[in-house]
Design a protein around this ligand. Sequence first.
Ligand SMILES: Cc1cc2nc3c(=O)[nH]c(=O)nc-3n(C[C@H](O)[C@H](O)[C@H](O)COP(=O)(O)OP(=O)(O)OC[C@H]3O[C@@H](n4cnc5c(N)ncnc54)[C@H](O)[C@@H]3O)c2cc1C
Length: 323
Amino acid sequence: MILVYIEQDRGKVNEASFEALTLARQLAEMSNAPLHASAIGSASDALVARLGAFGVNTLHLAQHAQLNEYAPAAYAQSIVEILNAHKPDAAFAAGAERGNEIMAHVAAKTNLPMAANCVQAQTGEDYVVTRLRWGGSLLEEAKLKGATKLLTVAPNSIPAQAAAHAQTVAVDAFTPQLSENDLRARVVARVETASGKISLGEARVVVGGGRGVGSAEGFKILEELADLLGGAVGGSRVVTGLGWRPHADQIGQTGNRIQPELYISCGVSGAIQHMVGAKGAKHILAINTDPDASIMFKADYAVIGDLHQVVPAICAEIRKRRG
Ligand SMILES: Cc1cc2nc3c(=O)[nH]c(=O)nc-3n(C[C@H](O)[C@H](O)[C@H](O)COP(=O)(O)OP(=O)(O)OC[C@H]3O[C@@H](n4cnc5c(N)ncnc54)[C@H](O)[C@@H]3O)c2cc1C
């Protein structure tokens, strides 16, 4: 059996879970193994039907009042109980922040091997996986040995694809046994960002600013451009470090990973740690005074110029064309 953890937050499924499910199913088909899923709390009819369409035949649903809010070790415990009961060949999760954190706890609790951010895997007695290292700048091939192999799948590396034949899903609800230690780290409060604003992770257009913006006030023109395009504003670590933008707006290795149709980068040099967060963008337009800035070589379109002139000019042109 191969198990896939389906990540949900307040009823919203992380789509990367279906990418993990797609890779898991490919392996399950190769080894003729049944495909199971696990989730926490509840599962809507629509989710159960979609899991069936992706080839899942059993959903293990962990239900416990203490699991209503995210608690990584407690979530991991619910997976550990499934591993103990069903001894799967492998357990997958999305290589998202939570998926990686939960699977690391599962590995620590069970002493099983784990590989994070895989982009490929081959079955066998041992699994051979290819995974992203150093923020995606290096691909590593690794061998996973163990009764159950634990893997997370790097988001956006495998297109989510339904199975050729849908399955009927049996739902197996259970109550995991949680200890106090499992609840030492848990979400106790949520502070929402400004309402009405689209989040960086979901935005179809992101306007990002770097040191070249010059000040917190300098971001007004970037906000204006983002508003015109229905997008969100982000920044480099320099601008969050200087307090020009909150940390929640940071794009990069230690910030948000964005995946917009268009990333308009303004006064950003394009350091590797920044690009780790921006490489999911379908198109990049870079505005920079330095034609040799590293981002100019990674961008699809580049404007060599002062962002304080170029950005207002773009805004004016958009307004003119819209009448
Ligand atoms: C462990 C680690 C983690 C990190 N994580 C992150 C991360 O998550 N995100 C991140 O962004 N960085 C991260 N960094 C920092 C990263 O290495 C860079 O230092 C940072 O991204 C640089 O920010 P910047 O491009 O805004 O500034 P700079 O590198 O100083 O670049 C500013 C750019 O603006 C241009 N410019 C200046 N004036 C103008 C103007 N008027 N008009 C147009 N262009 C102009 C310049 O030509 C230059 O290219 C991390 C570093 C480390 C070591």
